[in-house]
Design a protein around this ligand. Structure first.
Ligand code: BGC
Length: 816
């Protein structure tokens, strides 16, 4: 087979240019005469979705925060393997993952996809992820390089990050993935970085990524995130995504002709594309294969279940006067369990946006708890307790008959009843999104009209709410009456922040009577590149929903309240407005806790939430968005089959006002000033002396291992011994923080301490165990802005060894 160099050198300039943008939303361009096939990429990071949002099903793995909460890169590496196998099942060669932006503020809309507030923990987690994935022959595409840490004006905001903060914080995970895991591709961020768009940044792409770090893989833009013809390619942005091109093609040929872009730059970018094809063994293949959902996935589901349970964090577990703790539940002592909460029945397994996948199957909290407890004679009673939807729940097609979707090439055709559609289809979901043209026309952002028709039969009578959430103008008509019209809806609240806000209307309906539903969407030419129509429907609310839950709690031995957010609250495209649990959940927890003998709260959210009821409840378990094995993994921890061993990868603050970026977030006049510098997460709380609700690194077990001794092997290795005198095997995460003793300059953003090493250790009952923890080679260095390089910090240093950022058992002096 020819080398990538030979293949590229045999191409004409136009052919080389054609390789530099996608052919369509998910695939690169093929040049059959030259033996270059097309290659498919897919999202990422919590599964491998394939080319359609409603397409073939995939295994849904835990979200990024949960993966980091395992503090166990080996477990994450196994998840990487699962994702590699899944990516191949979708005929794809690149998974658009992992997401390694940092949790600068707890309200970041994509925090659930990202991993941590700490660069080292993010880096180690990402390296495990990339290694596992790439060892399956699939390329990782680490994203978003760099500064896309919140969703506010994400397509245009200028993230102003000072040089040292950039080097010591935001670049660290990318650098580790390049140097330690040899990541094969990288995606630039939407935003600007200190001026230029990330996709055009010579400093980032030429000087740092390729120059200093020696990256030899492919750089692709985020979707519609390239805005230039010459600047991007001159900065080394190889592949514009998606296709067909907006910035390249003839425009790039003209730029070469005009001398604005060197032919060598085109060749280099084309070579990076073809090299990725070679590295993923795509050359020689006929092109992307078919997409399917894998069979025989039991072993992979077991990996997902184990990872999910090992990232759940036990935050509180009170004991009664006899010393018996609330958790683990002991089925022999239970007669009835009340499973309460808006997320109790189905659970929220994943966050919203491009991270969405269509899960193969879902182990729900209710299903798994019943399956585990019913055979033991324990009753499980369920009550939702309150509503938390941000947008109305999707219209259930189970309640619909004769579902048809009609497509028209011209949206005006919708006004002429006599015109036949250009294509008729059906749909498996009332949440419809098209990233490629459903009429298979060449080009992108084409005009179209969509009409959804169904016969809807309500289960209950009363005033129903209906909604349309769409990228463009849309309306919903029921039995000839317009119930919803989004003409006045504001922009930005849907479809990655590009679509219109939800529009809601009400109508009185009778149970059992079929109603004719017609929804229409009109997309003009030159649209967004994505079209979407989500239909929502909500039965008349039950005014006694909370009272029913409180009754259930009163009759139970223990109440488990699953509260949290959902994929509309935590979603790509917008940030959360507050840390508060949506809806009446705080009130629900308070009332259940007052009525119940014992109350366990399960927090099902991708990032921190406020817990004003903490003192009222007996136990709190944070389960993040744990993926499709949610129910099984939760039951494993609640019943003690798995030892709780997750530790917080993010600080849980008391209030939003306490958080590090509060003064600077979200930004103004197109600029997000990262004025808090390096002081994000625990670095902030520990340096300014602010009390968090739960500190970084914190988490309880059912068993307890204590650090008994720690000794410095040398400045780069510490040996730690833990003892467990109890009757249960323990798992502990030992953490090492470096504190520089030299007082910082007044007003500086030098953190009081930084995480420089960690290890997860098993300590069997009545025994001890030792572990040697490597100290990060950068522990004693800082980025110097005058020499633009790493320099040694003057010591001495104190290495703090403990089980959270605030629970330090041993302090050792090191010289660095
Ligand atoms: C997201 C990326 C994603 C891409 C493709 C963008 O909106 O920012 O993370 O990979 O879409 O879906």
């Amino acid at each position: 087979m020819k080398s990538p160099e030979d293949l590229v050198d045999a191409l004409t300039l136009d052919e080389q240019i054609s390789l530099l943008a996608g052919a369509d939303v998910w695939q690169t361009v093929a040049i059959p005469r030259a033996g270059i096939p097309s290659m498919r990429v897919t999202d990422g990071p919590a599964g491998a979705r394939g080319t359609r949002f409603d397409g073939e099903r995939s295994i849904n793995t835990p979200c990024g925060t949960l993966l980091a909460a395992t503090w166990d890169p080996a477990v994450v590496e196994e998840i990487g393997h699962v994702l590699g196998r899944e990516t191949k099942s979708k005929g794809a060669k690149v998974l658009l993952a992992p997401t390694v932006n940092l949790h600068r503020t707890p309200v970041g809309g994509r925090n659930f996809e990202c991993m941590s507030e700490d660069p080292l923990l993010t880096a180690k987690t990402a390296v495990g992820f990339v290694r596992g994935l790439q060892s399956e022959g699939v390329a990782a595409c680490i994203k978003h390089f760099v500064g896309n840490d919140t969703e506010f004006e994400r397509m245009s905001i200028d993230s102003r990050i000072d040089e040292r903060t950039m080097r010591e914080m935001y670049l660290v995970p990318f650098e580790a993935a390049v140097k330690e895991a040899k990541v094969m591709s990288i995606m630039t961020a939407y935003n600007r970085i200190n001026g230029p768009f990330a996709a055009d940044s010579t400093e980032l792409l030429v000087d740092i990524l390729r120059g200093e770090w020696g990256f030899d893989g492919l750089v692709m833009s985020d979707w519609f995130g390239l805005h230039s013809t010459a600047e991007g390619i001159n900065a080394g942005l190889d592949l514009e995504m998606p296709g067909p091109t907006r910035c390249r093609g003839d425009a790039l040929a003209a730029a070469v002709e005009a001398g604005l872009v060197d032919r060598a730059a085109v060749r280099a970018a084309a070579l990076n594309v073809v090299t990725l094809l070679a590295r993923t063994e795509t050359l020689g293949e006929a092109g992307p294969g078919p997409e399917h959902a894998r069979a025989d996935i039991d072993a992979d589901l077991a990996i997902v279940r184990r990872a999910a349970s090992s990232g759940m964090v036990l935050l509180q577990n009170r004991a009664d006067s006899d010393g018996a703790t609330t958790l683990p539940l002991v089925p022999e002592l239970l007669r009835r369990v009340a499973l309460i909460g808006p997320n109790a029945e189905f659970g929220q397994i994943l966050g919203g946006g491009s991270a969405h996948v269509n899960p193969i199957s879902v182990s729900t909290p209710l299903g798994a708890l019943c399956a585990r407890l019913a055979p033991l004679g324990v009753d499980v009673v369920h009550a939702p307790g309150c509503y938390i939807h941000r947008n109305l729940p999707e219209l259930r097609l189970d309640d619909c008959a004769d579902v048809v979707v009609e497509y028209y090439a011209d949206p005006d055709s919708l006004d002429h009843a006599q015109l036949a559609p250009d294509r008729t289809d059906t749909t498996s979901s009332s949440k419809m999104m098209w990233m490629s043209d459903p009429l298979s026309r060449p080009g992108s952002a084409l005009p179209m009209g969509v009409r959804f028709l169904a016969l809807f039969t309500p289960r209950v009578s009363g005033v129903w709410q209906f909604s349309v959430t769409a990228t463009n103008l849309a309306a919903l008509v029921i039995d000839g009456r317009t119930v919803v019209d989004n003409a006045d809806a504001g922009l930005g609240g849907s479809f990655f922040g590009m679509g219109r806000n939800e529009a809601v209307g009400t109508v009185q309906l009778e149970a059992g009577h079929p109603y004719e539903l017609v929804a229409e969407l009109r997309c003009p030419a030159g649209g967004l590149g994505v079209a979407g129509l989500h239909l929502g429907a909500c039965a008349p609310p039950d005014p006694y929903i909370m009272d029913h839950a409180v009754e259930a709690a009163r009759d139970a031995d223990v109440s488990i309240v699953v509260v949290g957010t959902n994929h509309d609250w935590e979603c790509e495209g917008w940030d959360r407005a507050t840390l508060d649990l949506p809806g009446e959940q705080n009130e629900l927890v308070r009332r259940v806790a007052a009525a119940s003998r014992r109350t366990v709260v399960v927090v099902n959210a991708g990032s921190p939430v406020a817990m004003p009821w903490l003192a009222d409840v007996d136990a709190v378990l944070c389960c993040w968005f744990p993926g499709q094995e949610m129910g099984n993994a939760l039951v494993d921890v609640l019943l003690g089959d798995t030892e709780p061993q997750g530790r917080l990868p993010v600080t849980f603050p008391r209030t939003l006002e306490d958080t590090p970026a509060f003064e600077h977030y979200p930004g103004r006049a197109g600029v997000a000033n990262y004025g808090e510098g390096r002081l994000i997460g625990y670095r902030w709380y520990d340096t300014v002396g602010r009390e968090p609700l739960f500190p970084f690194g914190f988490g309880l077990g059912y068993a307890k291992a204590s650090i008994t001794t720690a000794r410095l092997v040398n400045d780069h290795a510490i040996e730690v011994t833990l003892g467990n005198t109890g009757d249960r095997d323990a798992v502990e995460v030992v953490q090492v923080y470096m504190h520089a003793t030299k007082p910082p300059q007044p007003g500086s953003d030098t953190p009081d301490q930084t995480l420089v090493g960690f290890a997860k250790v098993n300590v069997a009952k009545h025994s001890s165990n030792s572990v040697t923890i490597a100290v990060d080679p950068r522990a004693y260095q800082t980025w110097d802005v005058s020499t633009h390089g790493w320099i040694a910090v003057s010591g001495p240093f104190v290495l703090r060894i403990g089980t959270s950022s605030r629970d330090i058992a041993v302090r050792l002096q090191a010289n660095g």
